[in-house]
Design a protein around this ligand. Structure first.
Ligand code: TPP
Ligand code: SF4
Length: 349
């Protein structure tokens, strides 16, 4: 799979010949389109790109992309991708994972990859349900949601992946939705160019097991329930651009643009962690719009993979290259012996 100079690097360039097995209408089709767009913008040839996934409908992603790919085991994509990125730092390593795969069985690996700030492009496809295994609720399912495993409604407080990421030192946090391919492409492009862990949460509609989960933020009044946050721009939204966000002590609250001084309207600062945490936490269930776009970005923090190689170079500079055998035999060593006995006596081996 090598790139020839004559090939045009467009979305088709990253499309494999595999038959796509997602249900017709699944939001994942739009999301793969956004990711391909970001890869075109990133302009890395396909043999310098690897996609690692866990298990789930969304995790079938690597089959559909003409890049290197690894469909791993449930919840372990972050761990495997971390090893790959440290071993092959020049590769663009993407992780594609569902909400169940990332936040339930894979929660531990996902959290520590964020905390370490490994330079992975992590697309968390959030359909708020387990799709592949036919509709069990997940850690991101809404309180009260009826699913196959919660026939009387979810009684479990949902987790917000972006707030979690910000709370553990995440350096790039963004959100988009399947229906807006352009915004998906925009946040994935920013995320791919970010020199650390980038978390792109993409809301996806599972037409079979959770159809309409995102209707409020994709329907005709969507402008009242979403706000596209852009660095340096005032946080104004609404079908008639008549709503805004203003500071309320340590919180933010919604107001009518006509009711507040222009200077009171918050200007988005994607480097402000406190503001990002408040924005990421907003939800229609709290009477607030969902924040979409790049919510937080801190490119200054060094990535784990960068620091590993930096440390290796420092040690080589001070001690010179050492043979592995010498390292293995360094320090204390033990000889293990055991005494075997039978009818004719004992011997130590
Ligand atoms: C160790 C293990 N436990 C459970 C499963 C069953 N399983 C496969 S996918 C999945 C959940 C997938 O849900 P999600 O990550 O939200 O992805 P979606 O299918 O919705 O895209 C589960 C529980 C498994 N494959 N392996
Ligand atoms: S079950 Fe849901 S998530 Fe899975 S392919 Fe079908 S629509 Fe998509």
């Amino acid at each position: 799979m090598t790139t020839t100079v004559n090939e045009v690097m467009d979305k088709n360039y990253f499309t494999s010949k595999a038959e796509v097995k997602w249900c017709p209408g699944c939001g994942d089709y739009a999301i793969i389109n956004s990711v391909k767009g970001a890869m075109v913008n990133r302009a890395k040839p396909r043999d310098e790109v690897a996609i690692v996934s866990g298990i789930g409908c969304s995790s079938r992603f690597p089959y559909y992309m003409e890049t290197y790919g690894f469909h791993t085991i449930h919840g372990r994509a972050a761990a495997i991708a971390s090893g790959l990125k440290v071993g092959k730092p020049d590769l663009d390593v993407w992780v594609i994972s569902g909400d169940g795969d990332s936040t339930a069985i894979g929660g531990n690996h996902w959290i520590h990859a964020i905390r370490r700030n490994i330079n992975l492009n992590y697309v968390l496809i959030n359909n708020k349900i387990y799709g592949l295994t036919k509709g069990q609720y997940s850690p991101t399912s809404e309180m009260g949601q009826i699913t196959k495993t919660t026939p009387y409604g979810v009684i479990d407080y949902p987790m917000n992946p972006l707030v979690t990421a910000l709370g553990i030192g995440g350096t790039f946090v963004a959100r988009s939705i399947d229906k807006d391919v352009k915004m998906g492409e925009e946040i994935c492009t920013r995320g791919a160019n970010h020199p650390g862990f980038s978390l792109m949460e993409m809301y996806s509609n599972c037409v079979i097991f959770n159809d309409g989960a995102h209707d409020k933020i994709t329907g005709k009044d969507k402008a009242d329930f979403t706000i596209h946050v852009q660095h340096g721009k005032k946080l104004i939204f609404g079908v008639e651009n008549n709503l805004c966000l203003v500071q309320d002590g340590f919180r933010i609250k919604m107001a009518k643009v006509s009711d507040v001084a222009e200077s009171a309207i918050i200007v988005h600062d994607e480097t402000n962690l406190q503001l990002a945490t408040l924005l990421a936490d907003m939800a229609p269930s709290k009477g607030q719009p969902v924040a979409l776009g790049v919510i937080y970005c801190d490119p200054a923090k060094k990535s784990y993979d960068f620091m590993v190689h930096e440390q290796v170079q420092q040690v080589i500079a001070s001690k010179g290259e050492q043979p592995l055998d010498k390292l293995l035999r360094a320090g204390d060593t033990w000889t293990i012996s055991t005494t075997l006995c039978n009818a004719s006596g004992c011997k130590t081996v």
